[in-house]
Design a protein around this ligand. Structure first.
Ligand SMILES: O=c1ccn([C@@H]2O[C@H](COP(=O)(O)OP(=O)(O)O[C@H]3O[C@H](CO)[C@@H](O)[C@H](O)[C@H]3O)[C@@H](O)[C@H]2O)c(=O)[nH]1
Length: 489
């Protein structure tokens, strides 16, 4: 291994980004690399509390004061912001550039240039900064190839602008099939090419081409279509190294659920028969509207299925306040399901990986955030998709049309959900026959594909293992070349 085995990790300030970066850091640390994790003070303070005691990851702060950017005080993470201010945090994050440059410059001046920088896809600018110091730079996407390809192409081409029917294809990604305007986020629907979001994307997305390659938290065999988009678009190496997850890497906890909650969930699951429980959760920051919540509760009531439901105050209410079951759920709903021992309502945050790993879980109603998708598929659990934001719509599309392990039950926060439709789909997906059985079988096939991708045995290396080795080799080569050039000069 080269002397400078220090890898800089630099995620955007959102749990859905920090978590996969932390998981990748722990994996690389186990391989003997030194990790420097850069982020803003509050995010690092949170991280410090959840790092496994054995980890020597160095946490390096970049100064950030949210109030300077028109954000509420102490808002350094999307999880403490309402959806309409996430854009402001994105724009504010570009102010980290000088501090990031100083860090790299300091390391280079000290004669300890890092082996490489692994940065977020929202930090396209970090590629050019890294190259100022001849540092190898890759973009790490916690999203899958297919989802990010649709996201990238939609923003670059704004193809819905030319569609009267509300249906369109992506001009440079026809393999994705037909998309509908309802699968775009409000910012994308409203984009004119000249609005603030478009301006941010016009700077950020093409800057990816300055990087030396892409790392994806995905599996080659599962996500070929999306990965091939980036290969032909940028003509850069694309390494599918997933799934990268926390549970496999030293067991760091994201710190939001306590041991008692974990035990309660596991006790509940232990008391149920295999594949009989529906797990419902919409990721680290999403919630649904009050009326959608009511309809979902009614559907659960009528279906008589067992469930664990992670609830947060509905849209329009402060997500960090206490959940008011008596107001937001049907009368006596909570008492009744507890009495029948049929359902568990968990506030805010549940031990998702532990839950999905339990044999009693039969399906996962999810917003299709990519981490959730991978966590579900890695355990052979089929999905009920309820995409809400970002590239979740495309992840759901991929799961429905390509992987065939998902039924989409709702789309976005404006979708009028009906309890009867929900009940029907829940019963269909959780059924032991027909479509439910078919989906479970396909999900189990994908579980096997994912297991194979991460297998590293004598005589066999899975695709994700090989991709990780190739990436590290490429970083080393670049460093060797740089060092040689420096000596020659
Ligand atoms: O109660 C909960 C809720 C979430 N999680 C964990 O939190 C993560 C959530 O990640 P994900 O499912 O990807 O959802 P988001 O947090 O919404 O993810 C953001 O980041 C993802 C990866 O880039 C994108 O795919 C999403 O669109 C984007 O919203 C997962 O590891 C979950 O296991 C829990 O442990 N308990």
């Amino acid at each position: 291994m080269a002397d400078n085995n220090n890898i800089i990790m630099f995620p955007f300030m959102a749990q859905g980004h920090i978590i996969p970066f932390l998981a990748l850091s722990l994996q690389l640390e186990q391989k003997g690399y030194q990790i420097t994790f850069i982020n803003t003070p509050l995010n690092l303070a949170n991280l410090r509390r959840v790092l496994p005691p054995t980890s020597a990851i160095r946490l390096l702060e970049v100064p950030f004061n949210s109030s300077d950017h028109g954000l509420p005080p102490n808002s350094e993470n999307t999880d403490s912001l309402p959806p309409y201010q996430i854009y402001d945090l994105l724009v504010a994050s570009t102010s980290l550039k000088p501090a990031f440059r100083n860090i790299l410059s300091g390391l280079v001046d000290a004669g300890a240039p890092p082996l490489c920088v692994v940065a977020d896809f929202f930090f396209g600018w970090s590629a050019a900064v890294s190259h100022e110091f001849d540092i190898f730079h890759v973009i790490f996407s916690g999203s899958g190839g297919f989802g990010l390809a649709c996201y990238f192409s939609s923003w670059i081409n704004l193809p819905h602008k030319n569609s009267d029917s509300g249906e369109f294809t992506l001009p440079d990604f026809p393999e994705a099939g037909k998309l509908q305007v309802t699968q775009l986020t409000p910012s994308l629907v409203a984009a004119t090419g000249d609005d603030p979001w478009s301006k941010f994307q016009k700077q950020n997305l093409p800057a990816w081409g300055n990087s030396d390659g892409f790392l994806f938290n995905t599996v080659e065999e599962l996500d070929k279509v999306g990965l091939s988009y980036f290969r032909r678009k940028f003509n850069l190496p694309v390494w599918a190294i997933g799934p990268i997850n926390l549970s496999a890497n030293g067991g760091a906890q994201t710190g939001k659920n306590g041991r008692i909650e974990t035990e309660t969930c596991l006790q509940f699951l232990n008391s149920k028969s295999p594949s009989s429980v529906l797990y419902i959760s919409f990721g680290s920051q999403n919630t649904i509207t009050a009326s959608q919540m009511m309809q979902l509760a009614q559907a659960l009531d009528k279906s008589k299925k067992n469930f664990i439901w992670v609830v947060r105050p509905p849209l329009g209410f402060d997500i960090n306040t206490k959940f008011r079951a008596e107001e937001w759920l049907p009368e006596n709903f909570k008492e009744q399901i507890e009495e029948e021992h049929r359902g568990l309502i968990v506030e805010k945050w549940a031990p998702q990986v532990e839950i999905l790993s339990h044999q009693s879980v039969g399906a996962f109603m999810s917003h299709c955030g990519w981490n959730s998708v991978l966590e579900s598929l890695s355990r052979g659990v089929p999905l009920l998709g309820w995409p809400m934001a970002a590239e979740q719509f495309y992840n759901a599309k991929m799961m429905v049309e390509i992987a065939e392990v998902c039924v989409e039950v709702a789309r976005g926060i404006n979708f009028e959900v009906r309890s009867e439709d929900l009940r029907e789909t829940i019963e269909q997906v959780m059924s032991e026959n027909g479509k439910g059985k078919e989906m479970r079988k396909k999900a189990l096939n994908i579980k096997k594909i994912i297991e194979d991708a991460t297998r590293n045995e004598e005589g066999f290396k899975g695709s994700s293992v090989e991709a990780m080795e190739d990436f590290l080799q490429a970083a080393l080569m670049m460093n060797t070349t740089t060092t040689t050039t420096t000596i020659d000069l």
